[in-house]
Design a protein around this ligand. Structure first.
Ligand code: HXC
Ligand code: NAP
Length: 262
């Protein structure tokens, strides 16, 4: 449930890359509930159309691969053409699988780096001249892997560390009129990400280590995104907001994927 008043984002326009499922779809729904016009984008056009339908009758479901600059630029242009200049852009597309470095080809490593890191750069770079400035808010979705090395995650650790630095660099370069922040979710229940990364039995072990003793909910990430693009966050830029039940405090919630697989 949201704690923000209805209409908080009335008149705003939002684009959510990777917004056709999971956490990012939850963010798109929350932003739309608060009054914004929302476009979501993923590779699969049918999935994008279904996601738009779930958000509401006015939502746009677009298809583009974030690794392809021209494609993501076209989706952003379509959104600005239909709805007007963009106030909120979320760069959330990602890919992941568990594999040891020695079980990963160069192309496997590159694939995740290209989706997560290059895709974040492409989405944010491509939107800049379509933004409603001053006042636009950009959010990249990162992960604890950015700071905590985790076995079987060398691609995601490298990519998400880069995402954090993209956030910080753009916050400096685009400073006066565009805010750029990251959200780092902890393990979130009911998502493709945790479906892929946690074998049976791992949830309990993981929850025991997290200070708040549970996995998070999609809605809790959506609330954080709503906060970051709301008038309550106008002096916040260049930050990575951990929404992870304390997983990132010290070594508290580090996930041992190698142990989970054994
Ligand atoms: C080793 C693998 C592999 C695996 C794929 N590859 N899966 N290598 N182990 N399990 C290799 C392939 O063999 C290939 O290398 C290369 O990766 C590219 O694979 P493709 O299938 O051609 O790539 P593509 O079609 O672009 O698909 C990308 C994908 C896929 C990442 C592989 O899984 C995908 O589309 N994922 C999107 C959805 C997703 O992952 N959601 C979860 C995000 S959650 P070769 O050498 O054979 O060519 C997340 C969680 C964060 O990020 C943190 C949680 C705590
Ligand atoms: P998800 O449901 O698999 O969502 C991934 C989204 O990205 C989908 O909309 C997918 O649609 C899209 N996508 C994937 N590759 C793409 C590409 N090349 N171009 C364009 N779109 C692409 O994943 P999730 O688990 O909710 O994760 C969402 C975000 O949260 C990710 O950034 C992830 O790293 C981060 N995160 C998740 C967790 C977790 O617990 N799940 C924890 C920390 C961080 P298509 O497949 O149709 O392209």
């Amino acid at each position: 449930m949201t704690t923000f008043r209805d209409g908080l984002l009335e008149g705003k326009v939002a684009f959510v890359a990777g917004g056709t499922s999971g956490i990012n779809l939850g963010i798109a729904k929350r932003i739309a509930q608060l009054g914004a016009k929302v476009a979501v984008c993923g590779r699969d056009p049918d999935k994008a159309a279904r996601a738009a339908g779930a958000i509401g009758p006015d939502a746009l479901g677009l298809s583009a691969d974030v690794r392809d600059f021209a494609a993501i630029r076209a989706a952003l242009e379509q959104t600005a053409g239909d709805f007007g200049p963009l106030d909120i852009v979320v760069a959330g597309a990602a890919g992941n699988f568990l594999a040891p470095a020695l079980g990963m080809s160069a192309n496997a490593f590159k694939t995740v780096v290209d989706i997560d890191l290059l895709g974040t750069f492409n989405t944010l770079r491509a939107c800049h001249d379509l933004l409603n400035r001053p006042g636009a808010s950009l959010i990249a979705i990162t992960a604890g892997q950015a700071d905590q090395a985790m076995a079987l995650q060398i691609h995601a650790c490298a990519a998400k560390a880069g995402v954090n630095q993209v956030v910080r660099t753009l916050a400096i370069e685009w400073g006066p009129d565009v805010r750029v922040n990251g959200i780092s979710p902890g393990p979130i229940a009911g998502t493709e990400g945790m479906e892929r990364l946690s074998p049976p039995g791992m949830r309990e072990a993981s929850e025991a280590r997290i200070p708040l003793k549970r996995w998070g909910e999609i809605e809790e990430i959506a609330d954080a995104a709503a906060f970051l693009c709301s008038p309550a966050a106008t002096y916040i830029t260049g930050t990575i907001l951990d929404v992870d039940g304390g997983s990132s405090v010290g070594d508290a919630g580090r996930m041992d994927f190698a142990k989970g697989l054994s």
